[in-house]
Write a protein that binds this ligand. Structure first.
Ligand SMILES: [Zn+2]
Ligand SMILES: [Zn+2]
Ligand SMILES: [Zn+2]
Length: 182
């Protein structure tokens, strides 16, 4: 039997008997002007650090710090051979290839096009509405199995995810088989 690597039996039981508490909504006042944790910009302002990790790219809507638009817009994409993965470390080290002049040119392109001001959009669990749930990792194949396709892009809190897994497993076919270990 395949080992259960998603939601453990212990975690399900704890949720059912109430020993895991649902996340309580932290105080979050939508009328209050929030500050970007990365750079200190207030809502409505441009990020104060160019390429603050919360800044979105106005060309691709991705994370400005990690997208490939600087290379595309500067005509440098052929420098990438083979192109780096559009995630994490490979691109992280690749971004150092931009020279100071290229960085200036890229900043000018962005200024002219219009950068995206900082506004706080707190994550909300799509099922229970709790604000800013703690992020958790689930293998893609598990997530895609339990979460119906039209909802796969949403945010869920861990408690709702555990319940979804539990109910699907008990009512239909479990993805991993029934777990007997912790
Ligand atoms: Zn910022
Ligand atoms: Zn981009
Ligand atoms: Zn929830």
């Amino acid at each position: 039997m395949q080992r259960f690597i998603g939601v453990s039996a212990r975690e399900r039981k704890a949720l059912m008997d109430g020993s895991i508490r649902r996340t309580r909504n932290p105080p979050w006042n939508p009328c209050e002007r929030h500050t970007c944790e990365g750079c200190g910009a207030q809502e409505g302002e441009l990020h104060r650090v160019f390429g603050c990790e919360d800044e979105r790219c106005p060309f691709c809507d991705g994370q400005l710090l990690f997208c490939l638009c600087c290379y595309k817009k500067l005509g440098l994409l052929d420098r990438v051979n083979p192109p780096p993965e559009e995630d994490g470390l490979a691109l992280d080290s690749f971004t150092e290839v931009l020279t100071a002049e290229e960085q200036c040119a890229w900043e000018a392109i962005l200024q002219q096009h219009g950068r995206i001001p900082y506004i706080a959009y707190p994550g909300v669990c799509a099922r229970c509405g709790s604000l800013m749930p703690d992020p958790f990792m689930v293998p893609d194949e598990e997530w895609n199995y339990y979460i119906q396709r039209d909802q796969q892009g949403v945010v869920l809190c861990r408690a709702c995810y555990v319940l979804i897994v539990h109910w699907i497993d008990s009512a239909t076919k479990p993805f991993y088989g029934v777990s007997t270990s912790d």
